[in-house]
Design a protein around this ligand. Sequence first.
Ligand SMILES: Nc1ncnc2c1ncn2[C@@H]1O[C@H](COP(=O)(O)OP(=O)(O)OP(=O)(O)O)[C@@H](O)[C@H]1O
Length: 283
Amino acid sequence: MIEVENLNFSYNQQISFIENVSFHVGAGEIFGFLGPSGAGKSTLQKILCGILRNYQGSVNVLNTEVKNRDKEFYEKIGVDFEFPNLYGKFTGLENLRYFSSLYDRKSLDPLTCLERVGLGEHANKKVADYSKGMKMRLAFVRSILHQPQLLFLDEPTSGLDPTYARLMKDMILEQKKEGRTIILTTHNMHDAEELCDRVAFIVDGKIKAVGEPLQLKDHKRAVEISYAYMDSEVMKTGKAVLANLQKDELFMKQLQEGRLRSIHSKEPTLEDVFMELTGRRLV
Ligand SMILES: Nc1ncnc2c1ncn2[C@@H]1O[C@H](COP(=O)(O)OP(=O)(O)OP(=O)(O)O)[C@@H](O)[C@H]1O
């Protein structure tokens, strides 16, 4: 679906910003770009969807070197960028009708799309009067309107309240179920963990690691557990090393004598792993 080999890109022709980036994305995958602000996530997306074309190396998307993309390429991709480009003087419905008229492919029904993201009752309101979250939802359905094979989503849950963020995540997973490939840009590790089959850690225009969230987290396993136990009517706590649990006399004694009341292990988050591998925080 996507093959990137030795990609280099610079905004000012002097200092290379994206450096020697290579990765692939398989059909049907949700692939995440995870990194702090300014890491180059949006730049990479813009290269992949043919907006920035003065790159070196090879960027093959849907069997097209994106430098040479044509109109047909845009029939197959859907793009939802962080700052949605919508027509403020048109209503939500007029926006979707206009965008669907740009494609040769059969589009989804605009009103049904609006209803799906809770904008049905605002279909005839001017987009200039929409809130940021409403614009985000409109931009998302605009990107899936023509049922593209490949979707680029840039921070699709940013600015949304928890209910709509949930709805958006469910819709993204639905798109995957329908066979679409999705490139998801985020600095939200929870979204990345929940949605992505694989993620790329991006810092300073470079990919520092790629893998499945669980596999990346396995790199930094929980090392210690804490537990609580009853000792002569008094609740006490203890700590033990996970790998040596069977040799920990105090822990084993409480276990065997049935006095354990709780056990907790501190699981690493994707952010912990990100920090360990890149030396940087996500935000
Ligand atoms: N058009 C441009 N001209 C020059 N520099 C740019 C341009 N667009 C982005 N940059 C620079 O490229 C770097 C990466 O920006 P980019 O938008 O790709 O980061 P990002 O990881 O998407 O960040 P965020 O999470 O804040 O959106 C930043 O230093 C930014 O200032």
